[in-house]
Write a protein that binds this ligand. Structure first.
Ligand code: STR
Length: 515
């Protein structure tokens, strides 16, 4: 009898304690997101060792810690978001609160301490700066016809290179060819100039750009522990060399533009930026002027560096992924070509006006951007004040990483997310486009949304339609299919391989070089 009483008393005590715990917990209010184990100084670093790239590891870690969790990178708290509801809260609903950027050693080297748009912290200067760039880009957006012409000329030159290679029975690495085409579009927009094949300045640009992509903003140790700078660091040294070369080139273009600048003609984006800066400087009546917000020459140069770097690396990377997936899926390639044959034919080349009548190609572009997002972790955000995400509290200064990879590969949102299927972006009839899930943000969203989305979409459409109208792409018969894994960095790039371009009937003749 006594033991039954004992058991009863014991159970009552346990239940009371448990109830007390629950009451106390709820009285404490919302909690911070669950955190990975953390050690002094190094934070959660030991628990982040993995053979997988960070976006894949962060997706995996959801299984143990939930969709939103945190970890410590050295002394910095980092919150990882893997679901679209929280991602949209950060980017859209609380966009301004989360509009900050962390300062890191590598991005400071690249951007003269954050004087650019992509990595610069949120401030009055930043807002003014972004407004100017947005305005300048839209002015060029309005001149759609001329952008279209510029892209078409580059597409033509690219197709000539493919024809020559096909004539000589050669397979070639498309990466430098695509980079040249995309670089020339940006060069034309920014500086009203372009490069021919083999131009030494262009070759230098290819090298420095790859050097930057390989070394900047990939949460390398020196970005986590800035004091490591005192030790020799090959990556940081390479980055500094590449940035030096880039800066000399940008400076040269800037000086040339300043020398023959006129208020009456606007040749390119650099002129547009110069004009906006000068008119803000001269205009004492506006509340904000370039002077008062400190928009220096450095800001202008770093912005052009951003537009240039972002414009080249992102679009080239998407084109490379598109071609990689098309080689893996000849049936998709064939379907795009059938669509091109029936809607455009062989008597003329595709133009932007055809976008509405080529839904399968557009769906393919969307699917490429889903399955291999250019920046799978976007660029980290920082909370500018104490706030919350869902039911979790977030302290001011916390870094927030949106794992776009998780959003785009969420099994609850996408059927077989690992499978490349452009059809998922088509309506039931197969003749119109849809976005089947809210878990899709290839260009980010909100205050920091990509400024080049419209330009990128035009380029992707024109380059791919021109190539596929004229060629069928494959790997040479003895070669394995290209890897779909990619190399993680500030952008997720496919690895190098060679491509055989077989001219389609009616397109065997090489066309004149545009350059
Ligand atoms: C690429 C290499 C280079 O020369 C300059 C830049 C600066 C802007 C970066 C760009 C980089 C990589 C892609 C970024 C872009 C700003 C926005 C874009 C990070 C490092 C993305 O968010 C994908």
């Amino acid at each position: 009898m006594t033991w039954v009483l004992c058991l009863f008393v014991f159970t009552v005590i346990i239940l009371t304690l448990f109830a007390l715990y629950l009451i106390l917990k709820s009285a404490q209010g919302p909690q911070e997101p669950p955190c990975l184990p953390t050690l002094p100084l190094i934070g959660s670093l030991l628990y982040l060792r993995s053979p997988h790239p960070p976006h894949v590891l962060f997706k995996e870690l959801q299984k143990k810690y939930g969709q939103t969790y945190s970890l410590m990178m050295g002394s910095h708290r980092v919150i990882i978001i893997n679901h679209h509801v929280h991602a949209k809260e950060v980017l859209l609903k609380k966009g301004k609160i989360f509009a900050g950027r962390p300062r890191t050693v590598t991005t400071d080297v690249l951007t003269r301490d954050g004087k650019d748009i992509a990595f610069g912290d949120y401030s009055a200067t930043w807002r003014f700066h972004r407004k100017i760039v947005h305005g300048a880009l839209s002015v060029f957006g309005e001149g759609l016809a001329s952008i279209e012409r510029i892209i078409q000329l580059e597409a033509q030159s690219l197709c000539s290179t493919l024809s020559e290679a096909a004539d000589g029975g050669l397979a070639l690495d498309l990466s430098p060819e695509l980079t040249r085409a995309v670089t020339n579009v940006i060069c034309c927009l920014c500086f009203n100039s372009s490069y021919c094949r083999g131009d030494p300045e262009f070759e230098a640009m290819l090298r420095y750009s790859q050097g930057i992509v390989d070394t900047v903003a990939k949460d390398s140790l020196v970005d986590i522990f800035p004091w490591l700078q005192i030790f020799p660091n090959a990556d940081l040294q390479l980055l500094k060399q590449c940035v030096d070369i880039r800066d000399k080139l940008l400076q040269k273009k800037y000086e040339e533009h300043k020398a023959d600048y006129s208020d009456h003609v606007q040749r390119d984006l650099m002129d547009a930026l110069l004009r906006a800066k000068r008119s803000a400087e001269n205009n004492n009546t506006t509340e904000i002027s370039a002077e008062s917000v400190g928009l220096s020459d450095d800001h202008l140069l770093m912005t052009v560096g951003d537009i240039f770097g972002a414009g080249v690396e992102t679009t080239t990377t998407v084109l490379k992924w598109a071609i990689t997936y098309l080689i893996h899926h000849p049936e998709v390639q064939r379907q795009i070509q059938d669509e091109l044959d029936s809607k455009v034919g062989v008597d003329r080349s595709p133009q932007l006006g055809d976008r509405g009548s080529l839904p399968y190609l557009e769906a393919t572009i969307r699917e490429v951007l889903r399955i291999r997002p250019v920046a799978p972790l976007l660029i980290p955000h920082v909370a500018l004040s104490n706030t919350s995400i869902g039911n979790f509290t977030v302290r001011k200064g916390s870094r927030v990483i949106i794992n776009l990879w998780s959003l785009h590969h969420d099994e609850k949102e996408w059927d077989n997310p690992e499978i490349f299927d452009p059809g998922r972006f088509l309506n039931n009839k197969g003749n119109g486009l849809t976005i089947p899930s809210s878990s899709y943000l290839p260009f980010g969203a909100g205050v920091r949304v990509c400024l080049g989305e419209a330009l990128a979409k035009m380029e992707l459409f024109l380059f791919l339609s021109w190539i596929l109208q004229r060629f069928t792409l494959s790997v040479p018969s003895s070669h394995p299919l290209p890897s779909l894994d990619g190399k993680f960095g500030v952008v997720l790039q496919p690895v190098k391989y060679i491509v055989k371009a077989t001219p389609r009937p009616g397109w065997e003749k090489p066309q004149p070089q545009a350059c």
